[in-house]
Design a protein around this ligand. Structure first.
Ligand code: PLP
Length: 437
C-alpha cells in the first residue's frame, strides 16, 4: 500500500527536537570507541535541568482524579492565577478574559499563525520551532537577519515592512532570545513598537524565557509597550522546568474580542482543552508564594553562573565570538574565524561542524547554525549550558551560594564537570583544526 502525503508536510524540515535526537543517535551510538559509552557533552538540548517545583508536583497528584473536560479557554482559577502572576512579575495588568491556555506555547503560536492574516517576519538567528509551522501553514514569510549586535534593527524592520504589501504583518519577537541569550531593553522595545505601529505589524512576543532573566528587574514585556498589538506567549516549560507538562498561555492584545472568538473556535476544533489535572497543578506554579519566588531566584542564579562560565571560557578560545547571555540557558558561539580551516578540512557547513564535534574523540553535541535558521555555511552554534544534575546542583546552591567570581568558577567546576570538559573539547577541536592545515 502506498500512502500519499500532502506536499506541504513533505516540504517542512524535521523540528529541532526530532532532528537532534536522530542526529545524535546516528552519529554517536554507532561509535566503536569505548569512550562513546559514557554519552556526550550535551550542549544541544534546550531543557531546564531542575526538578518541577514540589508545589506543582504535589498539586498534580492531588488533582489526578479530575477526569472531566476543562473549558476551552482554560479553567478560570488558572487564568486568574496567570493574570496575578503577570501583574506581580511583569507589571502587566490583564483581565483573565484575555488569557488562553494551551498545550504548550508552541501549539499556541501555531494557532495564532493559523488565524492571523499576513506575511510573517522572522528575525534570524531563531529558535527552529517557528519555521516548520510557517511552512506547514503555507504562509508568506521573510527572514530578517539581525544586526551586528544580533538584535532586530528597527530601520531594517521598517525597510522590510515597506516592501511587503499586506495590510497586516506579523513579527515574531523572542525575548529573551533563544539562541543568543540576549535581552531587549525598554528603549529597544519601544523603537520596535514604533515601527510596528507605523507599518501595521502585529507582534507575537514569545517570552517563554522571561522568568530566567538574570537581573530580573531588567525584563520588560512587549505586552506593556505595545498592548494594542502584541500577543504575549509564556508557560511552564522553562521557568518551571516543566516542558513535559505541556502547558502554555497566550495573552491577547487589548480590544480583540472578535479575534478571541475566532481563536476559541480553532482551539475547540483542534484539541478541546488542556488536560484538567495539569491545569489544576499549574495554578500553584503561577500563584505568588515564597516557595515559587525562591525557586525562580535560585534557578535563574544557577543559569547565570553556568552562563558566565561558559561565556568566559568560550571567549578565551582564539577567534571565537560569543553573545553574552542576560537570560535563558543559551548563548550563540560564532566560529567563523575558522571558516577557511574548516573548509580545508572538508567541514563545509555548520551541520558538518556539528557532526565533526559529536564523533570521537570530541563527543560534544551542539546545535549548528542551519538549525538556527542561519546560512548553512555560517559556522555559528547554539551552546546550551544545562548538562548537570539539576536537583543536586539546586541543593548545593541552597547550602552555599557562591558570590565572587572565583567561588562561582569553583561552583561550576564542582557541579558541572561536563560543561567544563565539553568546553575544553571545543577548544581542542579548533586547535586541532588549525594544526592539521
Ligand atoms: C523560544 C522558544 N519558544 C517556545 C518554545 C516551546 O515552548 P513550549 O514547551 O511552551 O511549547 C521553546 C522551547 O524550546 C523555545 O525555546
Amino acid at each position: 500500500m502506498e500512502f500519499i502525503v500532502d506536499q506541504q508536510v513533505q516540504d517542512i524540515e524535521l523540528p529541532e527536537n526530532l532532528k537532534l535526537n536522530t542526529f545524535l543517535q546516528e552519529f554517536h551510538s554507532d561509535c566503536p570507541h569505548p569512550e562513546c559509552g559514557f554519552g556526550f557533552y550535551g550542549f544541544a538540548f534546550g531543557q531546564s535541568p531542575f526538578p518541577v517545583p514540589k508545589l506543582v508536583q504535589n498539586a498534580l497528584v492531588s488533582n489526578a482524579s479530575k477526569g472531566t473536560y476543562a473549558s476551552v479557554q482554560g479553567i478560570p482559577e488558572l487564568r486568574n492565577a496567570i493574570s496575578k502572576y503577570n501583574k506581580h512579575y511583569f507589571e502587566i495588568d490583564i483581565d483573565p478574559q484575555r488569557i488562553y491556555v494551551g498545550p504548550g506555547t508552541k501549539e499556541l503560536i501555531f494557532n495564532l499563525l493559523e488565524i492571523l492574516h499576513g506575511t510573517v517576519i522572522l528575525p534570524t538567528p531563531a529558535w527552529l520551532g517557528y519555521l516548520p509551522q510557517i511552512r506547514l501553514l503555507k504562509k508568506n514569510y521573510h527572514m530578517l537577519p539581525t544586526a551586528i549586535n544580533r538584535k532586530i534593527s528597527p530601520d531594517d524592520l521598517r525597510k522590510l515592512a515597506l516592501r511587503l504589501h499586506d495590510r497586516q504583518k506579523i513579527l515574531i519577537l523572542n525575548n529573551p532570545h533563544n539562541p543568543t541569550g540576549l535581552l531587549y531593553d525598554r528603549l529597544e522595545l519601544e523603537e520596535i513598537a514604533d515601527v510596528c505601529r507605523e507599518q501595521n505589524i502585529i507582534i507575537i512576543s514569545d517570552e517563554i524565557y522571561a522568568q530566567t532573566t538574570y537581573d530580573f528587574s531588567k525584563f520588560v514585556s512587549m505586552g506593556k509597550i505595545y498592548p494594542e498589538g502584541t500577543f504575549v506567549t509564556n508557560g511552564l516549560s522553562k521557568s518551571h522546568a516543566a516542558g513535559g507538562y505541556r502547558l502554555g498561555y497566550v495573552i491577547f492584545p487589548q480590544n480583540a474580542l472578535d479575534l478571541q472568538m475566532q481563536f476559541k473556535k480553532i482551539l475547540a476544533t483542534e484539541y478541546t482543552a488542556v488536560s484538567t489535572p495539569i491545569q489544576n497543578a499549574a495554578i500553584s506554579g503561577f500563584e505568588i508564594s515564597d516557595e515559587m519566588n525562591e525557586y525562580f531566584t535560585i534557578t535563574r542564579n544557577i543559569h547565570e553562573i553556568m552562563g558566565e562560565y561558559t561565556y568566559n571560557k568560550l571567549s578565551e578560545i582564539e577567534g571565537v565570538k560569543v553573545t553574552k547571555p542576560e537570560a535563558t540557558f543559551y548563548l550563540l558561539a560564532d566560529f567563523n574565524y575558522y571558516a577557511m580551516d574548516l573548509q580545508t578540512a572538508k567541514i563545509t557547513t555548520s551541520q558538518k561542524l556539528s557532526e565533526a564535534l559529536i564523533v570521537h574523540p570530541y563527543h560534544t553535541a551542539i546545535v549548528g547554525g542551519d538549525s538556527l535558521v542561519l546560512e548553512r555555511t555560517d559556522y555559528s552554534a547554539r551552546i546550551a549550558y544545562v548538562d548537570y544534575n539539576g536537583s543536586k546542583v539546586y541543593e548545593n546552591y541552597q547550602n552555599q551560594k557562591p558570590k565572587i567570581l572565583s567561588e562561582r568558577e569553583k561552583f561550576v567546576k564542582i557541579n558541572a564537570p561536563k560543561i567544563v570538559a565539553g568546553i575544553r573539547m571545543i577548544e581542542r577541536f579548533f586547535e586541532q583544526i588549525k594544526k592539521t592545515i
